[in-house]
Write a protein that binds this ligand. Structure first.
Ligand code: NDP
Length: 263
């Protein structure tokens, strides 16, 4: 029996155990997926091995610590320095990032996107913006505070805080802040969000499982929008494939992981 886990602080809210266990149970794959509350990210590696894990996901706030903990980082994770999936390969920790690909999958239904406004400048925004730039999408970042914008300027994004924001026209606006997760806040002042939505074709929120004030405003304005559930599902499918080392069929993983959303 293989053991997998998600590390985070907090971690109680995570749907990942439900998603992965649904796959393992229905496909008779001898594995179990649990959650581990980890306060100190520097303890990730020793905790991983002391629990005898075969693989893990990492959520807030340890994705950068996970990058440091890995013996080798592959693919896109290497570029952004942010790891959300680790796999035990013969005693070595191999790190990956499936968040950005998950988000790209989630916005496929919006068609060709050339110009995105990202609200927020945290870990999720980092991965998404690096991926957008890689795909030659024009990226503007709007964040509450200035200090986190340095990374995004170096990446080639146009960057603003609430005070100096100049409105443009966007194919898509994405809320990557945690505003609306545990409160009823908008990710920026109402007058800014109002103008942004009037100049955007589509909208998406990384938060899932609730209609945030941001999404509610999109709905009021009849803007086609979606929450973060498809992103969660898509990053989970990719993470599962890596953790079971492609022993299961993608379609089966997708099917049983989707079913867990009904629970
Ligand atoms: P971080 O803590 O790294 O970043 C948070 C960002 O939100 C910062 O830019 C911060 O601004 C901003 N922020 C926080 N509170 C407010 C507020 N009240 N008003 C305006 N801005 C605010 O978080 P992550 O990037 O890791 O996660 C962000 C969100 O994305 C979370 O809600 C998380 O649940 C969700 N997520 C969803 C996934 C999915 O699969 N659907 C995957 C990953 C994340 P400042 O710099 O000024 O502090």
């Amino acid at each position: 029996m293989k053991l997998f886990a998600i590390f985070g602080d907090p971690v109680a809210h995570s749907r990942s155990p439900l998603m992965h266990n649904s796959v393992f149970k229905h496909l008779n794959y001898k594995a179990c997926y649990t959650r581990v509350h980890l306060a100190d990210g520097s303890k990730l590696k020793e905790t991983f091995f002391s629990l005898g894990l075969s693989g893990a996901n990492i959520t807030v706030p340890h994705k950068e610590a996970a990058y440091e903990a890995c013996d080798e980082v592959r693919g896109f994770a290497k570029k952004v320095g942010v790891v959300n999936t680790i796999v035990n390969e013969n005693g070595k920790l191999i790190g990956y990032n499936t968040d950005a690909d998950g988000f790209m999958f989630a916005i496929k239904e919006f068609g060709t996107i050339r110009n995105i406004l990202v609200i927020g400048a945290g870990g999720t925004a980092k991965a998404l913006c690096a991926r957008f730039i890689e795909d030659n999408i024009k990226v503007t970042v709007l964040n509450r505070s200035q200090s986190r914008l340095v990374y995004f300027k170096e990446l080639g994004c146009e960057c603003f805080t609430w005070d100096n924001f100049t409105i443009g026209e966007y194919d898509l606006v994405v809320n990557t802040t945690s505003a609306g997760l545990k409160d009823e806040d908008l990710p920026a002042p109402l007058e800014l969000i109002d103008k942004i939505l009037d100049n955007s074709s589509f909208a998406a929120d990384a938060i899932y499982g609730k209609v945030t004030p941001f999404l509610q405003l999109c709905k009021n304005k009849n803007i086609t929008c979606k929450d973060g559930a498809d992103m969660l599902l898509a990053q989970g499918i990719l993470a599962n494939e890596l953790m079971v080392k492609n022993e299961l069929k993608t379609e089966d993983i997708k099917n049983y992981m989707s079913k867990s959303f009904e629970l």
